[in-house]
Ligand binder design. Structure first.
Ligand code: AMP
Ligand code: GLY
Length: 423
């Protein structure tokens, strides 16, 4: 079988590594992939948003199955276009991907179907939005409606900050069309949990829970990033909470999407906050999270391709999806300066025999050598029988990778360890 994976980050690398475990798959193509993924798949220089070229490539190369991982192509209808030419896919169609593509859609869905989330207002008029933030309780959260490269959310801790967020989005068009409509919502507090779930629109199977670390620096300080590291499972997410989330959030979301005529098939990501009033949805993503995937998939015991095909064919109920009874930690090595500006092109030295898995995100191949090409360069994942051991091993692996200007947080998993002591 010939499989293609759309995307080119650490998450796609983790998906590809897992797909390689299936003996039926003879060839894997990554569009566009990256310099590190090239060791595990044939990289094809077609951008993830270039739907027309993706479709032509699938047709010309007899692709049997496609995994569409990033948000942009999903929202742009990549799955719809591939299905039209008869290529089965893992991932939602465009109308279901709106659950991530439009925050207004997601919030209205939750309100209509009674799914717990922060209270909110929607604004299309800058003056009305400004008037609102001049009188609302502070802190307040300002969110661009559409996709904004993960930068569309501002947790404003002062009125000035809230006003500035509204102006940047609606008047200065910082996020283009994505920011012309805003959701302004209540500030919630509590530990955050990421839950990725397989769903075929009928059955939903949550994967092992995880914890992201979004701030750039130790102690959750510094600017927001795409994620500096993850651990799984998330110790705050107890069995009792998992049961409650299934009943109050996961099943109602699947049912709501069906009732709206937008059945969701693929990986549905629930960004949850465990507030004192119970778990609430902070955000939905229509895809695997990055870098959550880099800890969740290494813990998956069941063959990934078998699960994916069952999702596509709407027979997920027939598959037993099992996870290892172990812990995983992923430490991201980034380029100094990220998420701001940073230098590229530094050679990367990888250990010959890594004790763990290295998932490459921002690296290119130059004269046969791997060189840095992005902010988040790679993720070092270790799996162990306990969380402290997984953290220790992930850092040992990260310390064995060398490139100039590398930096990482030194406290990935620390909060989880504290929680383990509390929960
Ligand atoms: P996002 O870019 O949508 O993942 O949001 C970034 C981060 O903003 C989340 O991970 C939360 O930490 C924070 N956030 C989003 N919505 C809220 C909220 N209503 N209350 C408090 N924090 C929030
Ligand atoms: N790690 C959060 C995300 O993938 O959006």
């Amino acid at each position: 079988m010939k499989v293609m994976v759309i995307g080119g980050g650490g998450r796609e690398h983790a998906v590809i590594r897992k797909l390689k475990e299936n003996p039926e798959i003879t060839e894997i193509f990554a569009l566009p992939g990256n310099g590190g993924i090239a060791a595990d798949a044939a990289c094809v220089p077609i951008g993830a948003k270039d739907i027309a070229s993706i479709v032509s490539f699938a047709e010309d190369n007899g692709i049997d199955y496609a995994v569409v991982t990033p948000d942009d192509p999903l929202v742009l209808g990549c799955v719809d276009a591939l299905e039209e030419i008869g290529v089965p896919c893992f991932g939602p169609r465009s109308e279901a991907a709106q659950i991530e593509g439009s925050k207004v859609f997601a919030k209205n869905l939750m309100k209509q179907y009674g799914i717990p989330t922060a209270r909110y207002e929607v604004f299309t008029d800058p003056e009305a939005a400004l008037a609102y933030v001049r009188s609302c309780p502070i802190p307040i959260v300002v969110k661009a409606d559409g996709l904004a490269l993960g930068k569309g959310v501002v947790v404003a801790r002062s009125r000035e900050e809230a006003e500035q967020a509204v102006r940047e989005s609606m008047e200065n068009h910082k996020f283009g069309k994505s920011g012309e409509r805003l959701v302004i919502e209540e500030f919630l507090e509590g530990p955050e949990v990421s839950v990725l779930a397989f769903t075929d629109g009928k059955t939903i199977v949550p994967m092992v829970s995880s914890m992201d670390h979004k701030c750039a620096w130790d102690g959750d300080k510094g600017p927001n990033t795409g994620g500096m590291g993850t651990v799984a499972p998330n110790p705050y997410y107890t069995r009792a909470l998992a049961k409650r989330c299934m009943k109050e959030i996961f099943l109602p979301t699947v049912a709501a999407m069906n009732a709206e005529g937008r059945p969701f098939k693929g990986c549905l990501y629930f960004g949850l906050m465990l507030t004192k009033d119970g778990p609430k949805v902070i955000e939905y993503n229509c895809r695997f999270g990055d870098p959550e995937t880099q800890v969740v998939l290494p813990l998956l015991e069941t063959d990934l391709f078998t699960v994916m095909r069952a999702v596509t064919e709407e027979r997920l109920a027939e598959v037993e999806v099992k996870f290892k009874n172990a812990s995983a930690c992923c430490v991201i090595l980034a380029s100094k300066g990220y998420p701001g500006s940073y230098e590229k092109g530094y050679p990367i030295e990888l250990p010959a025999d890594p004790a763990g898995q290295i998932f490459v995100a921002g690296a290119a191949r130059k004269d046969g050598k791997l060189v840095t090409s992005g902010g988040r360069v790679l993720g070092c994942t270790a799996v162990a029988d306990s969380l402290p051991r997984a953290i220790e091993a992930a850092y040992a692996l990260a310390d064995s990778v060398k490139f100039e200007n590398a930096f990482c947080r030194r406290d990935i998993g620390r909060r989880a360890l504290q929680a383990k002591a509390e929960v």
